[in-house]
Write a protein of this length. Sequence first.
Length: 349
Amino acid sequence: MESSLDLLAYLLGQHGREGADLDPGSSYNSSSKSKKMTTRYFSATCPDPECGTKLYFPSREASVECTSCGQRHSASELRDRRELKGEEGSVGVEIAQFKKKYSSGRKTPELVKVKGISNYECKLLSPLLSYYGMKDDRAMLLREMNQGESLDCAKLCHRTFFIDPLFLDTIAYGRDRSGSGRYLRETLEAIHEANGANGKGREELLVPLHADGDGHCLVHAVSRCVVGRELFWHSLRISLHRHLSDNRAQYAELFTEFISKEEWDEIIAEADPNFQPSREDEAVGLRNIHIFGLANVLRRPIVLLDSLSGMSSSGDYSGIFLPALHSSEDTGGNLSHGSGNPPSPSPSS
């Protein structure tokens, strides 16, 4: 396999043919009988301060994909750029770069790192954060620290995420690319107009962001709204499951006209992060009742947006879910909002 990669990389490294136009980044070797073009190679470092991986690339590349964090940067944005001379500038550089980039597979969107961490790593870490904390520079079970069996997500109630505009176009982190921007276009325009009426002009304050759609998309989206990453998807489901179990009687009485007593077993089971549907054709996901539960877990409102036509219909795909099971003192003033902030997320899946 290694030899095959070497050969393929070498073939890809042969640029141009006799009579072809010269690449601006290539030089013409007039002494060669075959009149080959030689390509110039450069080294540079990834501009992401949390990455800084050393990269090698031919001068013909207008942009370069980092082999570590997976982000693509314009060649002009790379740091410490210098041309490689002599042996270090040979085709062997491209072979080495090719092997490093492709032998372990190309980066998928969930492996793209922002500030040193990817969605994939966030989702792996989440179950650990549900049960472990740090004390004296070492990991300890939360129950050994007298902080309960698992993380109480009410501790996240005062946190709000505002995305750095620098990362708005980063794949799998910034703007959602599944079509939610088009679907919500009229809704977002109405919000922008309302902001203009409040003296904020056409400043973009609400942006549909990416959230992984893997059956946990609701808690991925809520986690992103709170801390910017999908780090607490597992903790949110654990807290939701516990909250619904502990307050089942109150919920059943509150929603007696809409939800039968027999449904509550299933609703509570669906909140478990390890829930598996009994039928293969059964959808995996959470319902509006779970959004109301999460609003009470976090002790803050959750706003579910839809298209303008959707919000004016009789459907239940939008709404404002208030932490109605808590007093105003318990919510800690979460209805207040500052001004002059970067765009806040409206994660989509």
